[in-house]
Design a binder for this molecule. Structure first.
Ligand code: PLP
Length: 467
Protein backbone atom coordinates (compact mmCIF):
# COMPACT_ATOMS: atom_id res chain seq x y z
CA UNK A 1 0.00 0.00 0.00
CA UNK A 2 1.13 3.53 -0.72
CA UNK A 3 2.14 5.49 2.35
CA UNK A 4 0.72 8.74 1.02
CA UNK A 5 -2.38 9.56 -0.92
CA UNK A 6 -0.46 10.78 -3.93
CA UNK A 7 -2.20 9.66 -7.07
CA UNK A 8 0.02 8.89 -10.02
CA UNK A 9 -1.10 8.43 -13.57
CA UNK A 10 1.08 5.42 -14.25
CA UNK A 11 0.29 5.24 -17.97
CA UNK A 12 1.13 8.92 -18.53
CA UNK A 13 4.33 8.78 -16.47
CA UNK A 14 5.60 5.65 -18.12
CA UNK A 15 4.91 7.07 -21.57
CA UNK A 16 6.65 10.38 -20.82
CA UNK A 17 9.65 8.56 -19.46
CA UNK A 18 9.78 6.05 -22.30
CA UNK A 19 9.74 8.86 -24.86
CA UNK A 20 12.08 11.35 -23.24
CA UNK A 21 14.42 9.93 -20.58
CA UNK A 22 17.74 8.41 -21.55
CA UNK A 23 18.53 5.83 -18.87
CA UNK A 24 22.01 4.53 -18.19
CA UNK A 25 22.83 0.81 -18.34
CA UNK A 26 19.55 0.04 -20.09
CA UNK A 27 18.72 -2.40 -22.86
CA UNK A 28 17.03 -0.03 -25.28
CA UNK A 29 15.02 -2.44 -27.39
CA UNK A 30 13.49 -3.80 -24.18
CA UNK A 31 12.98 -0.32 -22.73
CA UNK A 32 11.19 0.94 -25.84
CA UNK A 33 8.83 -2.04 -25.69
CA UNK A 34 8.29 -2.30 -21.95
CA UNK A 35 8.91 1.22 -20.65
CA UNK A 36 10.39 2.02 -17.25
CA UNK A 37 9.63 0.76 -13.80
CA UNK A 38 8.53 3.76 -11.75
CA UNK A 39 9.17 3.81 -8.02
CA UNK A 40 7.31 6.35 -5.92
CA UNK A 41 8.14 5.76 -2.26
CA UNK A 42 10.57 4.09 0.08
CA UNK A 43 10.52 3.05 3.69
CA UNK A 44 13.25 1.11 5.50
CA UNK A 45 14.39 -1.67 3.18
CA UNK A 46 11.28 -1.46 0.99
CA UNK A 47 10.25 0.64 -2.00
CA UNK A 48 6.80 0.99 -3.56
CA UNK A 49 6.17 1.14 -7.29
CA UNK A 50 3.65 3.29 -9.11
CA UNK A 51 1.05 0.50 -8.90
CA UNK A 52 1.35 0.24 -5.12
CA UNK A 53 3.48 -2.96 -5.10
CA UNK A 54 5.86 -3.11 -2.14
CA UNK A 55 9.30 -4.53 -2.98
CA UNK A 56 12.30 -5.34 -0.81
CA UNK A 57 15.18 -3.39 -2.36
CA UNK A 58 18.07 -5.81 -2.03
CA UNK A 59 20.23 -3.47 -4.16
CA UNK A 60 19.77 -0.45 -1.87
CA UNK A 61 19.15 1.57 -5.04
CA UNK A 62 22.55 1.06 -6.67
CA UNK A 63 24.57 -0.10 -3.66
CA UNK A 64 23.88 3.24 -2.03
CA UNK A 65 20.86 3.60 0.28
CA UNK A 66 22.94 2.28 3.18
CA UNK A 67 20.80 3.59 6.05
CA UNK A 68 17.56 2.71 4.29
CA UNK A 69 14.66 4.79 2.98
CA UNK A 70 12.50 7.31 4.82
CA UNK A 71 15.13 8.81 7.14
CA UNK A 72 13.50 12.06 8.22
CA UNK A 73 16.72 13.14 9.95
CA UNK A 74 18.49 13.35 6.58
CA UNK A 75 15.48 14.94 4.90
CA UNK A 76 15.27 17.58 7.64
CA UNK A 77 19.00 18.34 7.38
CA UNK A 78 18.60 18.79 3.63
CA UNK A 79 15.57 21.07 4.01
CA UNK A 80 17.21 23.15 6.73
CA UNK A 81 20.40 23.69 4.72
CA UNK A 82 18.50 24.46 1.51
CA UNK A 83 16.42 27.03 3.37
CA UNK A 84 19.45 28.71 4.93
CA UNK A 85 21.91 28.58 2.06
CA UNK A 86 21.35 26.33 -0.94
CA UNK A 87 24.69 27.03 -2.59
CA UNK A 88 28.13 28.47 -1.89
CA UNK A 89 30.64 29.07 -4.67
CA UNK A 90 33.27 26.38 -3.97
CA UNK A 91 35.96 28.14 -5.97
CA UNK A 92 38.34 30.73 -4.60
CA UNK A 93 38.13 29.25 -1.11
CA UNK A 94 34.50 29.93 -0.27
CA UNK A 95 32.99 27.29 2.00
CA UNK A 96 29.97 26.53 4.18
CA UNK A 97 29.60 25.12 7.70
CA UNK A 98 28.41 21.76 6.36
CA UNK A 99 31.38 21.42 3.97
CA UNK A 100 33.91 22.37 6.64
CA UNK A 101 32.36 19.97 9.19
CA UNK A 102 32.15 17.11 6.69
CA UNK A 103 35.78 17.48 5.60
CA UNK A 104 36.92 17.28 9.21
CA UNK A 105 34.66 14.29 9.82
CA UNK A 106 35.91 12.40 6.75
CA UNK A 107 39.51 13.14 7.68
CA UNK A 108 38.84 11.57 11.10
CA UNK A 109 37.27 8.49 9.52
CA UNK A 110 39.97 8.00 6.89
CA UNK A 111 43.14 6.07 7.74
CA UNK A 112 46.65 7.46 8.24
CA UNK A 113 47.35 10.96 6.97
CA UNK A 114 44.42 11.05 4.54
CA UNK A 115 43.26 14.39 5.88
CA UNK A 116 42.15 16.39 2.83
CA UNK A 117 38.92 16.09 0.87
CA UNK A 118 38.09 17.17 -2.66
CA UNK A 119 34.38 16.83 -3.49
CA UNK A 120 32.58 16.02 -6.72
CA UNK A 121 29.21 14.76 -7.89
CA UNK A 122 29.64 10.98 -7.60
CA UNK A 123 31.89 7.97 -7.93
CA UNK A 124 33.09 8.44 -11.52
CA UNK A 125 34.12 12.04 -10.88
CA UNK A 126 35.73 11.06 -7.57
CA UNK A 127 37.92 8.63 -9.55
CA UNK A 128 38.59 11.17 -12.31
CA UNK A 129 39.67 13.57 -9.60
CA UNK A 130 41.97 10.94 -8.12
CA UNK A 131 43.66 10.57 -11.52
CA UNK A 132 44.05 14.33 -11.92
CA UNK A 133 45.61 14.49 -8.45
CA UNK A 134 48.04 11.70 -9.28
CA UNK A 135 49.03 13.43 -12.55
CA UNK A 136 49.53 16.78 -10.89
CA UNK A 137 51.50 15.20 -8.04
CA UNK A 138 54.09 13.54 -10.26
CA UNK A 139 54.24 16.43 -12.75
CA UNK A 140 54.93 18.84 -9.89
CA UNK A 141 57.69 16.57 -8.67
CA UNK A 142 59.17 16.59 -12.17
CA UNK A 143 58.53 12.83 -12.63
CA UNK A 144 56.79 13.45 -15.93
CA UNK A 145 57.13 9.90 -17.23
CA UNK A 146 55.12 8.46 -14.35
CA UNK A 147 51.80 8.28 -16.22
CA UNK A 148 50.74 4.61 -16.28
CA UNK A 149 47.83 3.28 -14.24
CA UNK A 150 47.48 -0.33 -13.14
CA UNK A 151 43.88 -1.48 -12.94
CA UNK A 152 42.32 -4.94 -12.94
CA UNK A 153 40.11 -6.98 -15.20
CA UNK A 154 36.49 -6.98 -13.90
CA UNK A 155 37.07 -3.56 -12.29
CA UNK A 156 34.37 -0.91 -12.40
CA UNK A 157 35.36 2.68 -11.74
CA UNK A 158 32.60 4.62 -13.52
CA UNK A 159 31.60 5.87 -16.95
CA UNK A 160 33.21 9.26 -17.48
CA UNK A 161 35.87 9.05 -20.21
CA UNK A 162 38.72 8.62 -17.77
CA UNK A 163 37.02 6.29 -15.30
CA UNK A 164 35.64 4.12 -18.11
CA UNK A 165 39.17 3.75 -19.49
CA UNK A 166 40.24 2.37 -16.12
CA UNK A 167 37.43 -0.20 -16.05
CA UNK A 168 38.14 -3.84 -16.71
CA UNK A 169 34.65 -4.87 -17.86
CA UNK A 170 34.54 -4.90 -21.68
CA UNK A 171 30.82 -4.05 -21.82
CA UNK A 172 31.57 -0.56 -20.46
CA UNK A 173 33.63 0.18 -23.54
CA UNK A 174 31.38 -1.34 -26.21
CA UNK A 175 30.61 1.30 -28.84
CA UNK A 176 32.51 4.04 -27.01
CA UNK A 177 35.97 5.44 -27.56
CA UNK A 178 38.16 5.02 -24.53
CA UNK A 179 41.80 5.83 -24.09
CA UNK A 180 43.48 2.66 -22.94
CA UNK A 181 46.93 4.23 -23.45
CA UNK A 182 48.85 3.86 -20.26
CA UNK A 183 46.22 1.71 -18.51
CA UNK A 184 47.53 -1.76 -17.72
CA UNK A 185 45.09 -4.43 -16.59
CA UNK A 186 46.13 -7.32 -14.37
CA UNK A 187 43.86 -10.18 -13.25
CA UNK A 188 41.16 -9.51 -10.72
CA UNK A 189 40.78 -11.99 -7.84
CA UNK A 190 38.22 -14.26 -9.51
CA UNK A 191 39.03 -17.39 -7.52
CA UNK A 192 35.96 -19.40 -8.58
CA UNK A 193 36.96 -19.26 -12.26
CA UNK A 194 40.68 -18.55 -12.24
CA UNK A 195 42.34 -20.15 -9.21
CA UNK A 196 42.46 -23.50 -11.09
CA UNK A 197 42.41 -25.47 -7.87
CA UNK A 198 45.12 -23.42 -6.18
CA UNK A 199 44.45 -22.71 -2.50
CA UNK A 200 44.10 -19.06 -1.37
CA UNK A 201 47.82 -18.69 -0.57
CA UNK A 202 49.07 -20.10 -3.88
CA UNK A 203 46.44 -18.09 -5.76
CA UNK A 204 47.53 -14.96 -3.92
CA UNK A 205 51.19 -15.68 -4.85
CA UNK A 206 50.17 -15.91 -8.49
CA UNK A 207 48.25 -12.61 -8.48
CA UNK A 208 51.02 -10.77 -6.65
CA UNK A 209 53.63 -12.20 -9.05
CA UNK A 210 51.59 -11.03 -12.02
CA UNK A 211 51.50 -7.54 -10.52
CA UNK A 212 55.24 -7.55 -9.77
CA UNK A 213 56.01 -8.80 -13.31
CA UNK A 214 54.00 -5.97 -14.81
CA UNK A 215 55.84 -3.37 -12.74
CA UNK A 216 59.11 -4.91 -13.84
CA UNK A 217 58.11 -5.03 -17.51
CA UNK A 218 56.62 -1.52 -17.79
CA UNK A 219 59.10 0.02 -15.38
CA UNK A 220 58.20 1.70 -12.08
CA UNK A 221 59.35 5.04 -13.52
CA UNK A 222 56.39 4.81 -15.93
CA UNK A 223 53.69 3.77 -13.43
CA UNK A 224 51.92 6.46 -11.42
CA UNK A 225 49.24 4.55 -9.54
CA UNK A 226 47.34 1.38 -8.85
CA UNK A 227 43.56 1.71 -8.54
CA UNK A 228 41.39 -1.01 -7.00
CA UNK A 229 38.07 -1.67 -5.31
CA UNK A 230 38.76 -3.51 -2.03
CA UNK A 231 35.97 -5.92 -3.01
CA UNK A 232 35.08 -5.73 -6.69
CA UNK A 233 31.39 -4.95 -6.89
CA UNK A 234 29.91 -4.81 -10.34
CA UNK A 235 32.61 -7.18 -11.61
CA UNK A 236 30.90 -9.91 -9.57
CA UNK A 237 31.61 -9.33 -5.85
CA UNK A 238 35.16 -10.64 -6.07
CA UNK A 239 36.97 -11.00 -2.76
CA UNK A 240 40.78 -10.87 -2.69
CA UNK A 241 42.67 -13.74 -1.05
CA UNK A 242 44.15 -12.97 2.38
CA UNK A 243 47.30 -10.84 2.18
CA UNK A 244 46.73 -9.79 -1.44
CA UNK A 245 46.43 -6.03 -0.92
CA UNK A 246 49.09 -5.90 1.81
CA UNK A 247 51.61 -7.52 -0.53
CA UNK A 248 50.66 -5.42 -3.56
CA UNK A 249 50.80 -2.32 -1.40
CA UNK A 250 54.36 -3.24 -0.37
CA UNK A 251 55.36 -3.43 -4.04
CA UNK A 252 53.68 -0.08 -4.73
CA UNK A 253 55.40 1.64 -1.78
CA UNK A 254 58.78 0.25 -2.82
CA UNK A 255 58.29 1.61 -6.35
CA UNK A 256 56.74 5.01 -5.63
CA UNK A 257 53.40 3.90 -7.10
CA UNK A 258 50.43 5.64 -5.46
CA UNK A 259 47.50 3.52 -4.30
CA UNK A 260 43.96 4.67 -5.04
CA UNK A 261 41.28 2.72 -3.16
CA UNK A 262 37.93 2.97 -4.91
CA UNK A 263 35.57 2.70 -1.94
CA UNK A 264 32.54 4.00 -3.81
CA UNK A 265 30.70 0.77 -2.93
CA UNK A 266 32.65 -0.58 0.03
CA UNK A 267 32.62 2.65 2.06
CA UNK A 268 30.16 3.73 4.73
CA UNK A 269 29.43 0.44 6.38
CA UNK A 270 28.95 -2.05 3.58
CA UNK A 271 31.89 -4.15 4.81
CA UNK A 272 31.35 -3.33 8.48
CA UNK A 273 33.75 -0.35 8.56
CA UNK A 274 33.37 3.27 7.55
CA UNK A 275 36.22 2.68 5.12
CA UNK A 276 37.42 -0.85 4.51
CA UNK A 277 40.51 -0.53 2.32
CA UNK A 278 42.96 -0.19 5.18
CA UNK A 279 40.92 -1.45 8.15
CA UNK A 280 40.04 -4.77 6.50
CA UNK A 281 42.51 -5.19 3.63
CA UNK A 282 45.71 -3.39 4.72
CA UNK A 283 45.83 -1.49 1.45
CA UNK A 284 47.55 1.60 2.90
CA UNK A 285 45.93 3.86 0.29
CA UNK A 286 47.26 7.30 -0.62
CA UNK A 287 43.89 8.35 -1.99
CA UNK A 288 40.37 7.04 -1.31
CA UNK A 289 37.41 7.68 -3.64
CA UNK A 290 33.94 7.45 -2.15
CA UNK A 291 30.35 8.37 -3.07
CA UNK A 292 27.07 6.40 -2.83
CA UNK A 293 26.85 5.49 0.90
CA UNK A 294 28.43 8.85 1.79
CA UNK A 295 24.93 10.35 1.63
CA UNK A 296 23.11 7.00 1.47
CA UNK A 297 21.99 8.21 -1.96
CA UNK A 298 19.76 10.95 -0.54
CA UNK A 299 21.73 13.46 -2.64
CA UNK A 300 24.63 13.08 -5.07
CA UNK A 301 28.10 13.57 -3.61
CA UNK A 302 31.55 12.14 -4.28
CA UNK A 303 34.67 12.64 -2.20
CA UNK A 304 38.33 12.06 -3.02
CA UNK A 305 40.27 11.85 0.23
CA UNK A 306 43.93 12.71 -0.21
CA UNK A 307 47.00 12.17 1.98
CA UNK A 308 48.88 15.07 3.56
CA UNK A 309 52.01 13.87 1.76
CA UNK A 310 50.32 14.39 -1.63
CA UNK A 311 48.60 17.59 -0.53
CA UNK A 312 51.89 19.20 0.41
CA UNK A 313 53.12 18.70 -3.13
CA UNK A 314 49.83 19.85 -4.68
CA UNK A 315 50.03 23.10 -2.77
CA UNK A 316 53.29 23.91 -4.51
CA UNK A 317 53.50 26.02 -7.67
CA UNK A 318 53.13 24.48 -11.13
CA UNK A 319 54.37 26.42 -14.16
CA UNK A 320 54.82 29.45 -11.94
CA UNK A 321 51.22 29.40 -10.61
CA UNK A 322 50.01 28.38 -7.17
CA UNK A 323 46.39 28.11 -8.31
CA UNK A 324 45.02 24.60 -8.11
CA UNK A 325 43.11 24.39 -11.39
CA UNK A 326 40.67 21.57 -10.76
CA UNK A 327 37.15 21.69 -9.33
CA UNK A 328 33.43 21.33 -9.99
CA UNK A 329 30.67 23.91 -9.53
CA UNK A 330 28.68 21.50 -7.35
CA UNK A 331 31.72 20.16 -5.49
CA UNK A 332 31.23 20.77 -1.76
CA UNK A 333 27.55 21.55 -2.24
CA UNK A 334 26.29 22.66 1.19
CA UNK A 335 23.01 20.75 0.95
CA UNK A 336 24.73 17.50 -0.13
CA UNK A 337 27.32 17.92 2.65
CA UNK A 338 24.49 18.42 5.18
CA UNK A 339 22.91 15.17 3.95
CA UNK A 340 26.25 13.36 4.37
CA UNK A 341 26.68 14.66 7.93
CA UNK A 342 23.18 13.52 8.94
CA UNK A 343 23.85 10.15 7.29
CA UNK A 344 27.15 9.67 9.14
CA UNK A 345 25.40 10.61 12.40
CA UNK A 346 22.88 7.82 11.82
CA UNK A 347 25.57 5.26 10.96
CA UNK A 348 27.46 6.13 14.15
CA UNK A 349 24.50 6.48 16.50
CA UNK A 350 22.83 3.25 15.40
CA UNK A 351 26.10 1.31 15.34
CA UNK A 352 25.43 0.27 11.75
CA UNK A 353 29.01 -0.88 11.08
CA UNK A 354 28.81 -3.17 14.14
CA UNK A 355 25.41 -4.43 12.99
CA UNK A 356 26.88 -5.38 9.58
CA UNK A 357 29.78 -7.19 11.26
CA UNK A 358 27.43 -9.04 13.60
CA UNK A 359 24.89 -9.95 10.91
CA UNK A 360 27.21 -10.78 8.05
CA UNK A 361 27.93 -14.38 9.19
CA UNK A 362 24.22 -15.14 9.37
CA UNK A 363 23.69 -13.47 6.00
CA UNK A 364 26.42 -15.64 4.48
CA UNK A 365 25.07 -18.88 5.94
CA UNK A 366 21.60 -18.00 4.77
CA UNK A 367 22.54 -17.26 1.13
CA UNK A 368 25.00 -20.17 1.02
CA UNK A 369 21.98 -22.46 1.47
CA UNK A 370 21.23 -21.60 -2.19
CA UNK A 371 24.16 -23.82 -3.15
CA UNK A 372 21.65 -26.67 -2.80
CA UNK A 373 20.39 -25.78 -6.25
CA UNK A 374 22.13 -27.44 -9.20
CA UNK A 375 22.34 -24.20 -11.17
CA UNK A 376 24.02 -22.26 -8.36
CA UNK A 377 27.76 -22.68 -8.87
CA UNK A 378 29.09 -20.15 -6.41
CA UNK A 379 27.85 -17.89 -3.63
CA UNK A 380 30.36 -15.31 -2.47
CA UNK A 381 30.51 -12.05 -0.63
CA UNK A 382 31.46 -10.16 2.48
CA UNK A 383 29.69 -7.75 4.82
CA UNK A 384 26.44 -6.84 3.09
CA UNK A 385 27.45 -7.51 -0.52
CA UNK A 386 26.89 -10.90 -2.13
CA UNK A 387 26.65 -12.53 -5.55
CA UNK A 388 25.35 -15.82 -6.78
CA UNK A 389 26.87 -17.22 -9.94
CA UNK A 390 24.67 -19.53 -12.03
CA UNK A 391 26.06 -22.38 -14.07
CA UNK A 392 24.65 -24.92 -16.53
CA UNK A 393 26.93 -27.61 -15.08
CA UNK A 394 28.30 -27.50 -11.55
CA UNK A 395 31.13 -29.93 -12.26
CA UNK A 396 32.59 -28.17 -15.29
CA UNK A 397 31.34 -24.71 -14.19
CA UNK A 398 30.08 -24.23 -17.76
CA UNK A 399 27.90 -21.17 -18.19
CA UNK A 400 24.48 -21.00 -19.81
CA UNK A 401 24.64 -19.44 -23.30
CA UNK A 402 24.24 -15.64 -23.04
CA UNK A 403 20.84 -15.73 -24.81
CA UNK A 404 19.39 -17.72 -21.89
CA UNK A 405 19.93 -14.56 -19.81
CA UNK A 406 19.93 -16.53 -16.62
CA UNK A 407 20.52 -13.56 -14.32
CA UNK A 408 17.57 -11.68 -15.86
CA UNK A 409 15.34 -14.71 -15.46
CA UNK A 410 16.10 -15.08 -11.76
CA UNK A 411 15.78 -11.32 -11.18
CA UNK A 412 12.48 -11.30 -13.11
CA UNK A 413 10.96 -14.02 -10.90
CA UNK A 414 12.29 -12.24 -7.81
CA UNK A 415 10.70 -8.98 -8.95
CA UNK A 416 7.33 -10.68 -9.38
CA UNK A 417 7.69 -12.11 -5.88
CA UNK A 418 8.51 -8.70 -4.37
CA UNK A 419 12.32 -8.56 -4.35
CA UNK A 420 14.74 -6.38 -6.32
CA UNK A 421 18.12 -8.03 -7.07
CA UNK A 422 20.55 -7.02 -9.76
CA UNK A 423 21.01 -9.24 -12.80
CA UNK A 424 24.32 -9.22 -14.66
CA UNK A 425 24.81 -12.00 -17.22
CA UNK A 426 25.23 -15.18 -15.19
CA UNK A 427 25.25 -13.26 -11.90
CA UNK A 428 22.72 -11.95 -9.45
CA UNK A 429 24.07 -9.40 -7.06
CA UNK A 430 22.60 -8.00 -3.88
CA UNK A 431 23.79 -5.24 -1.59
CA UNK A 432 20.80 -4.31 0.57
CA UNK A 433 20.39 -1.47 3.03
CA UNK A 434 22.63 -2.11 6.04
CA UNK A 435 19.70 -2.01 8.43
CA UNK A 436 18.41 -5.44 7.35
CA UNK A 437 17.27 -7.62 10.22
CA UNK A 438 17.45 -11.42 10.47
CA UNK A 439 13.83 -11.57 9.31
CA UNK A 440 14.67 -9.45 6.26
CA UNK A 441 17.60 -11.75 5.44
CA UNK A 442 15.31 -14.79 5.69
CA UNK A 443 12.78 -13.13 3.40
CA UNK A 444 15.51 -12.27 0.89
CA UNK A 445 16.93 -15.79 0.79
CA UNK A 446 13.52 -17.43 0.75
CA UNK A 447 12.39 -15.26 -2.17
CA UNK A 448 15.61 -16.00 -4.05
CA UNK A 449 15.07 -19.70 -3.41
CA UNK A 450 11.60 -19.54 -4.95
CA UNK A 451 12.93 -17.46 -7.86
CA UNK A 452 15.71 -19.94 -8.65
CA UNK A 453 13.29 -22.88 -8.43
CA UNK A 454 10.87 -21.19 -10.86
CA UNK A 455 13.77 -20.37 -13.19
CA UNK A 456 14.90 -23.99 -13.20
CA UNK A 457 11.34 -25.13 -13.99
CA UNK A 458 11.20 -22.66 -16.90
CA UNK A 459 14.55 -23.85 -18.26
CA UNK A 460 13.45 -27.49 -18.23
CA UNK A 461 10.07 -26.64 -19.77
CA UNK A 462 11.75 -24.64 -22.54
CA UNK A 463 14.27 -27.42 -23.18
CA UNK A 464 17.21 -25.18 -22.24
CA UNK A 465 18.46 -27.36 -19.42
CA UNK A 466 18.09 -31.03 -18.75
CA UNK A 467 17.45 -30.67 -15.01
N1 PLP B 1 33.36 3.00 -8.54
C1 PLP B 1 32.66 1.90 -8.20
C2 PLP B 1 33.36 0.81 -7.44
C3 PLP B 1 31.32 1.79 -8.51
O1 PLP B 1 30.63 0.67 -8.21
C4 PLP B 1 30.69 2.86 -9.19
C5 PLP B 1 29.26 2.79 -9.53
O2 PLP B 1 28.59 1.80 -9.38
C6 PLP B 1 31.47 3.98 -9.54
C7 PLP B 1 32.79 4.01 -9.20
C8 PLP B 1 30.85 5.10 -10.31
O3 PLP B 1 30.03 5.86 -9.49
P1 PLP B 1 28.94 6.85 -10.11
O4 PLP B 1 27.95 6.02 -10.83
O5 PLP B 1 28.41 7.57 -8.91
O6 PLP B 1 29.66 7.78 -11.02
Amino acid sequence: MLKTNLAFDSVDLREKDRRHTVHGWTNYSKFVQEGPEILVEGDGVYVTDVYGNRLMDAMAGVWCVNVGYGRTEIVDAIAEQARRLPFANPFRATSSPSAAELSARLSDLAPGDLDHVLYSGGGSTANDTALRIVQRYFNTLGKVDKKGVVSRRSAYHGTTSASASLGGIDAIKAGFDVSPDGVHHVSGPYAYREADGAGPDAYCDRLVEEFADLVERVGAQRIACFIAEPVMGMGGVLIPPPGYFRRISEICKANDILIVADEVVTGFGRLGEFLASDAVFEMSPDIISCAKGLTSGYLPLGATIISSRIMEVLRGPVAGSETFTHGFTYAEHPVCCAAALANIDIIEREGICGHVRAMSGHFRTSVESLLDFDIVGDVRGAGFMFAIESVADRKTRALFPPEVDIGERIAGHARRLGLIVRPGGHLNIFSPPLTMTRTDVEYLTDTLRRSIRSTMDDLVREGLWRG
